[in-house]
Design a protein around this ligand. Structure first.
Ligand SMILES: NC(=O)c1ccc[n+]([C@@H]2O[C@H](COP(=O)([O-])OP(=O)(O)OC[C@H]3O[C@@H](n4cnc5c(N)ncnc54)[C@H](O)[C@@H]3O)[C@@H](O)[C@H]2O)c1
Length: 293
């Protein structure tokens, strides 16, 4: 019998779907997803959860229940296209998240868990101002920390670092890097790398990430839960692990490396990653029966 209401915003997206998959295994959870399907897909739905379609700015009417915990992932989630999409980014991340935070305050939700971005830890310059996406994510971290101070909001903030793994979006403008490389590999096409290619990322297995965010939901408090694989790789190293021709293009490379990554999740919760990106790529290649020239 469900005794706890858990709301996941962005539950039809990549990371959200893995959180839901883990949450529904515990029968004491009644799991509700709120997603506007801007980037999410019904293909990511998990049996046992209830899916509501709508924007987080309408959370007050779309969610009449008072959840015990809210995992807030439902935001515009891409860096490079955020320059072109600034109106959507502002609407979904600033207007939408303000409504979620207010909902948690006025309904006295037990805990708000926020999916923040490692973009603010850029080693060069000030990461939070490097693109519209990073700006909204860092601004929301400030907002939630301030609500903790001003109103006693109960919250925990996780930082994500390039999730990879099942259900990653490989198509169109919002495709993620590993999924794009997998798609190119399967179609024997060159891998496209934004110059210079030396930009490094801490690719983190999505199921490790989902387990971490749930641990933070259970026991975490306050800011600073980085859920990263500590091994960083450049985009070129990843492309070389797939093999084949690399096509270098001009574009927005994003930050070059992550600087100051808080270690609170490892220290406080004993969280660790279990799958590394190079092993995952090796297994992906082994499970497909052809080789490319
Ligand atoms: N994947 C990563 O590597 C990564 C890194 C840092 C931070 N994050 C954050 O984690 C969260 C999930 O990322 P993801 O990779 O699963 O992205 P995703 O695009 O697959 O999932 C986001 C989901 O939220 C939905 N959504 C967006 N705005 C919404 C709104 N205003 N109201 C309701 N639904 C909305 C989308 O339709 C989508 O299903 C995002 O907040 C993202 O910023 C992700």
């Amino acid at each position: 019998m469900a005794t706890r209401i858990v709301l996941v915003t962005g539950g039809a997206g990549h990371v959200g779907s893995h959180i839901i998959e883990m949450l529904v295994k515990d029968t004491s959870n009644q799991v509700i997803s709120l997603d506007n399907y801007f980037a999410g897909s019904k293909d990511n739905h998990i049996d046992g959860a209830e899916y509501r379609s709508g924007h987080t700015k309408d959370i007050e009417t779309l969610v009449p229940e008072t959840p015990d915990i809210v995992y807030h992932l439902g935001e515009y989630a891409r860096i490079a296209p955020s320059f072109d999409d600034i109106q959507e980014v502002y609407d979904m991340n600033i207007v939408g998240t303000f409504a979620v935070v207010e909902f948690c305050r006025t309904r006295k939700v037990g805990k708000l868990v926020y999916a923040a971005s490692s973009t603010k830890f850029a080693i060069e310059g000030n990461g939070r101002h490097q693109n519209p996406y990073a700006f909204t994510k860092a601004t929301n971290v400030d907002l939630i920390n301030n609500y903790g101070e001003w109103y006693g909001l109960k919250y925990a903030i996780c930082y994500f670092y390039n999730a990879f793994g099942p259900r990653e979006n490989g198509k169109g403008k919002y495709a993620t890097l590993i999924a794009k490389f997998e798609h190119a590999y399967l179609n024997a096409k060159p891998l496209t790398v934004v110059k210079p290619g030396t930009q490094r990322r801490n690719f983190t297995y999505v199921k490790d990430l989902a387990r971490g965010i749930i641990q933070v939901g259970e026991k975490g408090q306050g800011d600073g839960y980085s859920l990263n694989n500590t091994k960083g790789f450049s985009v070129v190293e990843i492309a070389e692990a797939f093999g084949g021709k690399i096509n270098y293009i001009d574009g927005y490379p994003g930050r070059f490396d992550s600087g100051d990554n808080p270690i609170k999740a490892r220290k406080e919760l004993g969280w660790e990653t279990t799958v590394d990106i190079l092993d995952y790529i090796k297994e992906f290649k082994n499970s497909h029966s052809f080789t490319i020239e």
